[in-house]
Design a binder for this molecule. Structure first.
Ligand SMILES: CC(C)(COP(=O)(O)OP(=O)(O)OC[C@H]1O[C@@H](n2cnc3c(N)ncnc32)[C@H](O)[C@@H]1OP(=O)(O)O)[C@@H](O)C(=O)NCCC(=O)NCCS
Length: 399
C-alpha cells in the first residue's frame, strides 16, 4: 500500500506539474512570460499527478496516431513530461503513474503509447521497447562532393524565422508519413517548436523544395558560430522529404550555404543514405546511434491485428507482467493476428515485442541477445520476414 494517491490533474495544476518536471530535469521553472505559450501545448485531461498530499510526480500525454507497417495508422498516447520529485524517487511513484496512464489509454481505446526517453534504463520495465533508432551525423561541407548521378533537385525557396513558424504546420501536413513509427503532429506540438526556434541565438531558416507536384520536402536549420577560429556548424532542426529528388535537392542546397564548415543532423533514420550522395562516403561521420522512439503495446491483441505481415505464419508467446491481460499466444500471418493455443515458435516479453513491432530489429538479432527464445533457426527466419519492413522505422517528431 503506497502512502500517496494518483489522479488526473486539473488545468489549474498544470503549471505546478510542469515545474516539478523541470526541476526533475534540472531546468529553471516556468516564467509568467512563457506560460501562455506553454499552456497552449498541454492537452486538457491528459496529465496525472501523484500526491502525498503535495504533488510529487507527474506524467502527461497528448493524442496522436502512428503509422504502422503496411501504412495503416492507430491512435497513440504520446507520452511526455515524466518526472518525480528528487526526494520521492525510487519508491514506486513512476510505476503507479504509468499504471494509471495505461488504464486511461485502455479506457479510451488507445492501443499504444510512444515516448522519447531521457535515459535508456527507465521504461523497459513498463513494457516500452526501443522501436526506432536514429543516427547523429556530421558532414564536412568543404570536402563533401555530390556524385554526378545525384538528382539536381527542384526549386528551392527560403523562409525566414517568421515564415518558418507560420508555415511549419502546413509544410508538415503536405508531406506523407512514409515510415512506420512516424506520428501525427498535433496542434499541441507546434507552440513548443516555435518557442525553441525563437529562443535560439541565431535565426532559423527553412529551405522548401518544390518538385513537379508542388512542395515535397523542407529542411529547417540554424547556423551556430561558436567563436573565432572554431568551425561553424549548420544544425538541421527538421528535415522531411517525400521523394529522392527532394532529398538530393535539399542536401545540394545545404552544401551551398556559405560560411559553414560542418553540417550536423541528429536522430536521422538509420537507413537514410546520406553518405551515398557523396564521392567520398567518409565525409559523413556517424557520431552516435541511439534509441529514437519507444513504443508500448497497451493492447497487444489490437496492435498485432493492426499491422501488415509478410510470409509464413509464426506463433508468438508474449509475457507481459505489467499488463498481464496481454500475456498469451498469438498466431500472426498475412491474414492477420489472433489468439491461439497452438505451440509457440517464439517466446518474448512485451518490451521485446515492441522492439520487433515496427521492424526496427530482427528477431534473429534479438535471439542472439537472449531477448527472444525460438524453437529453431527456421522459426527465426520466418519471424524476420514476417515483422520485416521495407524501410526502417523512425518517429521523426520529438515531444
Ligand atoms: C525517472 C523517474 C521519473 C523515475 O521515477 P521513480 O518514481 O523513481 O520510479 P520508480 O520508483 O517507480 O521506479 C521503478 C523502478 O525503476 C527503476 N528506475 C527508475 N528510474 C530509473 C533510472 N533513471 N535509471 C535506472 N533505473 C530506474 C527503479 O530503481 C525501480 O526499480 P526497482 O523496481 O527494481 O526498485 C525519476 O527518477 C525522475 O524524475 N528522473 C528525472 C527526470 C527524468 O529523467 N524523467 C524522465 C523523462 S523521459
Amino acid at each position: 500500500m503506497s502512502d500517496y494517491s494518483v489522479r488526473l490533474l486539473r488545468a489549474d495544476e498544470d503549471r505546478a506539474a510542469l515545474d516539478l518536471f523541470r526541476r526533475a530535469l534540472h531546468v529553471k521553472e516556468t516564467t509568467d512570460e512563457e506560460w501562455p505559450s506553454i499552456s497552449a501545448s498541454m492537452q486538457p485531461d491528459r496529465a496525472f499527478g501523484a500526491f502525498d498530499p503535495e504533488l510529487i510526480g507527474t506524467v502527461r500525454s497528448f493524442d496522436s496516431e502512428v503509422t504502422l507497417p503496411g501504412e495503416g495508422t492507430v491512435p497513440i498516447g504520446a507520452v511526455s513530461l515524466v518526472g518525480v520529485r528528487a526526494d520521492r524517487t525510487r519508491r514506486g511513484v513512476l510505476t503507479n503513474l504509468m499504471r494509471a496512464q495505461f488504464e486511461d489509454f485502455a479506457a479510451r481505446g488507445v492501443p499504444a503509447a510512444m515516448l522519447h526517453a531521457s535515459e535508456g534504463a527507465i521504461y523497459g520495465r513498463f513494457g516500452y521497447g526501443i522501436a526506432a533508432r536514429g543516427k547523429s551525423i556530421e558532414v564536412d561541407r568543404h570536402r563533401a562532393r555530390l556524385r554526378p548521378e545525384v538528382p539536381s533537385g527542384g526549386q528551392i525557396s527560403l523562409l525566414d524565422l517568421e515564415s518558418t513558424v507560420e508555415q511549419w504546420p502546413s509544410l508538415w501536413d503536405a508531406l506523407p508519413r512514409t515510415r512506420p513509427g512516424m506520428i501525427d503532429r498535433s496542434a499541441y506540438l507546434w507552440p513548443g517548436y516555435e518557442r525553441d526556434v525563437r529562443k535560439a541565438t541565431t535565426p532559423a531558416s527553412t529551405a522548401v523544395h518544390r518538385g513537379p507536384d508542388g512542395v515535397d520536402g523542407y529542411v529547417t536549420y540554424l547556423v551556430e558560430r561558436p567563436g573565432p577560429g572554431e568551425p561553424v556548424f549548420l544544425k538541421i532542426i527538421s528535415f522531411h522529404h517525400a521523394s529522392p529528388d527532394a532529398f538530393a535537392g535539399l542536401w545540394r542546397y545545404l552544401l551551398s550555404v556559405d560560411l559553414v564548415d560542418r553540417i550536423i543532423a541528429e536522430k536521422r533514420p538509420l537507413d537514410e543514405p546520406i553518405e551515398l550522395l557523396f564521392t567520398d562516403p567518409r565525409q559523413v561521420a556517424v557520431l552516435k546511434i541511439r534509441d529514437e522512439g519507444w513504443l508500448r503495446l497497451v493492447d497487444v491483441a489490437a496492435m498485432l491485428g493492426a499491422r501488415a505481415y509478410r510470409g509464413e505464419p509464426v506463433v508468438i508467446e508474449v509475457t507481459d507482467p505489467f499488463l498481464e491481460h496481454n500475456s498469451g499466444r498469438y498466431r500472426l500471418s498475412e491474414d492477420g493476428a489472433a489468439r491461439t493455443t497452438d505451440p509457440a515458435d517464439l517466446e518474448l516479453t512485451a518490451e521485446t515485442l515492441a522492439m520487433l513491432y515496427l521492424g526496427g530489429w530482427r528477431a534473429s538479432d534479438l535471439a542472439v541477445a537472449g531477448r527472444v527464445r525460438a524453437t529453431g533457426e527456421a522459426a527465426l527466419e520466418r519471424a524476420d520476414l514476417l515483422f520485416g519492413t521495407r524501410v526502417n522505422p523512425w518517429c521523426g517528431t520529438f515531444f
